[in-house]
Ligand binder design. Structure first.
Ligand SMILES: C[S@@+](CC[C@H](N)C(=O)[O-])C[C@H]1O[C@@H](n2cnc3c(N)ncnc32)[C@H](O)[C@@H]1O
Length: 287
């Protein structure tokens, strides 16, 4: 009986590992499929650009001059290129080989090949990165939401930070008022529920699947605290301003969006407001 239980547990574990591997493969293929046009479409989206500006401001404000930075899930490399321009030495990793190629090409064209190295690596594999620690580690636009075991990943991140180094995370949140209003108005309650799933949940991208896990800031901070990472600041991104995929809606109302952006920038760190939004931006330090 005892032997049978052990056998079942092993089988269960093997099954769980296979599921995770298959989810990671789906996510990789989905991002590979959009890599070529990703930077162009992102740069042309003012809602997304406004969010990026705010994340970059936070990274820059917390990184010492010429500090070493690590970009987790760099995509086509927009952030690491900006930071290299400002004199930082960068390392960028991404799970999608096609995104890594985009970043390498961009960095080479900009003449930063000596100050930025790019690796095809998942966040979950950070222990395979050549030895070294960073003054700043950041992740923009939800790459951390695609990691199967956040706790393992955050442990690896904490190991790579110098004492008093910062971790700047832009994470997709659970409670996005615009999304709830949009899909509830269409009576699409299954779509409204997507962000409230407890586990990895399938999100369509270009006819493929990105397996995503959503977090409230409290859930995220609790995991970080286990590894000695203490919150320095927290703000919402996309709480009054609509999320980037509502770009067409926003483009018809530019003055209104500008007012909402000003309101958001004034209030995004207030209690309650900071726990809402399409993304949240948390800055933590390794004490
Ligand atoms: C929404 S994009 C954001 C890209 C980039 N950070 C930016 O700001 O444009 C998410 C990125 O995370 C990458 N990604 C997804 N899962 C990952 C993982 N487990 N490890 C590392 N990167 C991952 C994707 O390949 C994709 O490039």
């Amino acid at each position: 009986m005892h032997a049978l239980c052990l056998f079942d547990e092993n089988e269960l574990e093997k099954g769980a590992v296979a599921l995770i591997e298959s989810a990671l493969a789906d996510t990789q293929q989905a991002f590979d499929s959009v890599a070529a046009g990703y930077d162009r479409s992102n740069a042309a989206n003012p809602l997304l650009s406004a969010m990026r500006e705010r994340v970059l401001d936070a990274i820059i404000a917390h990184t010492p001059p010429a500090g070493r930075v690590l970009d987790l899930g760099c995509g086509p490399g927009a952030d690491v290129a900006t930071l290299a321009e400002r004199g930082h030495r960068g390392t960028a990793i991404d799970w999608s080989a096609a995104m890594v190629e985009e970043t390498r090409t961009r960095i080479a064209r900009a003449g930063f090949a000596d100050s930025v190295d790019v690796h095809h690596l998942g966040i979950q594999e950070l222990d395979r990165l050549p030895p070294g620690r960073f003054e700043s580690i950041y992740s923009n636009f939800g790459a951390l939401n695609c990691v199967p075991h956040l706790s393992d990943a955050i442990g690896l991140v904490a190991d790579r930070l110098v004492p008093n180094g910062v971790f700047v995370a832009s994470v997709i949140g659970r409670v996005c008022p615009w999304e709830i209003a949009l899909f509830a108005s269409r009576a699409d309650f299954a779509r409204v529920a997507v962000r409230f799933a407890r586990d990895l949940t399938p999100v369509p991208l270009n006819g493929r699947t990105v397996w995503t896990r959503y977090y409230t800031p409290v859930e995220f901070e609790r995991v970080c605290a286990r590894f000695g990472l203490r919150r320095v600041s927290l703000r919402a991104l996309g709480v009054f301003v609509p999320p980037p995929y509502m770009e067409a809606f926003a483009a018809r109302r530019p003055a209104w969006i500008a007012r909402l952006q000003r309101l958001e920038d004034r209030t995004a760190s207030w209690p309650i407001v900071r726990s809402l939004g399409d993304h949240f931006l948390m800055v933590l330090t390794r004490s």
